[in-house]
Design a protein around this ligand. Structure first.
Ligand code: UDP
Ligand code: UDP
Length: 437
């Protein structure tokens, strides 16, 4: 066997744009570095955004192979009207996993490695079975302690994990047990923003069986030109440099009507230019209402020269890259954090769900953004307009924060640049797949 043959790597994202995007980015990074790359996607997808992105991506990247894992929806056990549609999709993929082996074995050349997609911050996931070995103790604790890491507030944990019966919890336990079988864990992060966590995970090892954590981020964005909705692009072109605050809660967070009203109030009072990616449903197919049915006429009238409302999928990376953007109000989905880091856009962290409070802490510690930790999150409550106004003004006027965010950008680019920490890791991973064992 030749030792110089390019490795063939299979990538398998689970559901949600927040998982698909980083996997597709990694696929282009590997292909650029001469790997043969095959991406497996589950079909049908939950959202239109996923199916649109998948077809666009493979049309523009013909060198990357595509395999489809055909799901059989009739095998779903859960009451699908109650659970989160993306969690149900994770479950469905699990039930169809026996179809993966024939799919993989039909591919040529044979695979050198498979990169599968896990959810949840690695440290928490690896230690979760230990934490929950005594459920009563776990549920009554106010902080959790993972060896070598600062204590985490229980209130910052993905709240679904407090419920042992939740599908998310059982999947986390199952996945965390599988972690030890991996040769390494690639993560979309870089030394500068998470040096101490990475050090702890890789030196002390949170659990003895945890494989090395391999930071390869920020995953480099790819850009696919799209003709759709040019409105916001031309609008942004006409705004002064760093004058616009971009507001988005990611691809799958529905903002309540009450919170929307307070956001209107806060934005109007803050008096800043804004670009608001407005989502009121978890799955984009359900997001059918017109802007006029969600926002008040008065707000739309008063802010018509200052604001741009976006409905539906937009290229967030492209927006953050625009010189007019001066701040980012974000739920702190990890991809959004890495994208803000890549562009050096100061963030106002407003976690909504899942691991986002843990991510907000990283944002704050790295100097990339502000975090008002007293704000309610998830379905818990509503943050008042006055509060929102105050923090938006702070975000848009804090020059020191702007400088620190710029520094994060420099470090992000250094990490993936020639000789950078993430670049070295990715090279080593590829080399380890080329050399014979
Ligand atoms: N995103 C986008 N356009 C949208 C909404 C989201 O490009 O209209 C992208 C965003 O840039 C990020 C991903 O979708 O890459 C969302 O992932 P993140 O981890 O930020 O949040 P999630 O959607 O998983 O909560
Ligand atoms: N991640 C990380 N450090 C963090 C939080 C997240 O490296 O502090 C990584 C995580 O390991 C995963 C990715 O970011 O690979 C996305 O996180 P997650 O899957 O939890 O996001 P979600 O499921 O909410 O979209």
């Amino acid at each position: 066997m030749s030792t110089t043959q390019a490795p063939h790597i299979a990538l398998f994202p689970v559901a949600e744009m927040g998982h698909l995007m980083p996997v597709l980015r990694l696929a282009t990074m590997l292909a650029k570095r001469n790997c043969i790359v095959t991406v497996i996607t589950a079909h049908p997808t939950v959202s239109n955004a996923e199916s649109d992105q998948i077809s666009l991506f493979f049309r523009h990247n013909p060198e990357i192979n595509h395999l489809i894992l055909q799901l059989n929806p009739s095998s779903q056990q859960e009451d699908s009207t109650l659970a989160d549609p993306f969690f149900l999709q994770f479950d469905l993929i699990n039930q169809s996993i026996h179809l993966l082996r024939p799919l993989l074995s039909s591919s040529s050349p044979p695979f050198s490695a498979m990169f599968v997609d896990f959810f949840l911050a690695t440290s928490l996931m690896a230690y979760f079975p230990v934490l929950t070995s005594n459920r009563t103790e776990f549920n009554n604790a106010s902080t959790i302690k993972i060896p070598g890491l600062p204590p985490m507030a229980m209130s910052s944990l993905p709240q679904a994990l407090l419920d042992p019966g939740n599908l998310f919890t059982s999947m986390t336990i199952m996945n965390s047990q599988a972690l030890s079988k991996a040769d390494g864990i690639l993560t979309n992060t870089f030394e500068y923003v998470q040096a101490s966590t990475l050090g702890t995970l890789n030196k002390a090892r949170v659990t003895a069986s945890l494989p090395p954590i391999l930071p390869v981020g920020p995953l480099e964005p790819y850009h696919i030109p799209q003709d759709r909705d040019n409105r916001y692009r031309s609008w942004l072109e006409n705004q002064p440099s760093q004058s616009v605050v971009y507001i988005s809660f990611g691809s799958r967070t529905a903002i309540s009507q009450d919170q929307v009203q307070e956001l209107e109030r806060g934005l109007e009072k803050a008096g800043r230019r804004f670009c608001w990616n407005l989502k009121t449903s978890i799955v984009d197919k359900d997001d059918q209402e017109d802007v006029k049915d969600i926002l008040s006429n008065l707000f739309l009238e008063r802010t018509k020269n200052k604001g741009m409302i976006i409905r539906g999928w937009t290229d967030q990376q492209e927006i953050l890259d625009h010189p007019a953007i001066g701040g980012f109000v974000s739920h702190c989905g990890w991809n959004s954090v890495m994208e803000a880091a890549w562009q050096g856009v100061p963030m106002l962290a407003w976690p909504q769900n899942g691991d986002q409070r843990l991510n907000a802490k990283v944002v704050e510690d790295a100097g990339l953004g502000l975090w008002e930790r007293n704000w309610d999150w998830g379905v818990g409550g509503v943050v008042k307009g006055d509060e929102i106004e105050r923090k938006i003004v702070e975000l848009m006027t804090d020059e020191k924060l702007r400088e620190r965010a710029k520094k994060v950008r420099e470090e992000a680019r250094k990490a993936v640049g020639s000789g950078g920490s993430s670049n070295r890791v990715i090279k080593d991973v590829i080399n380890s797949l080329i050399l014979p064992f």
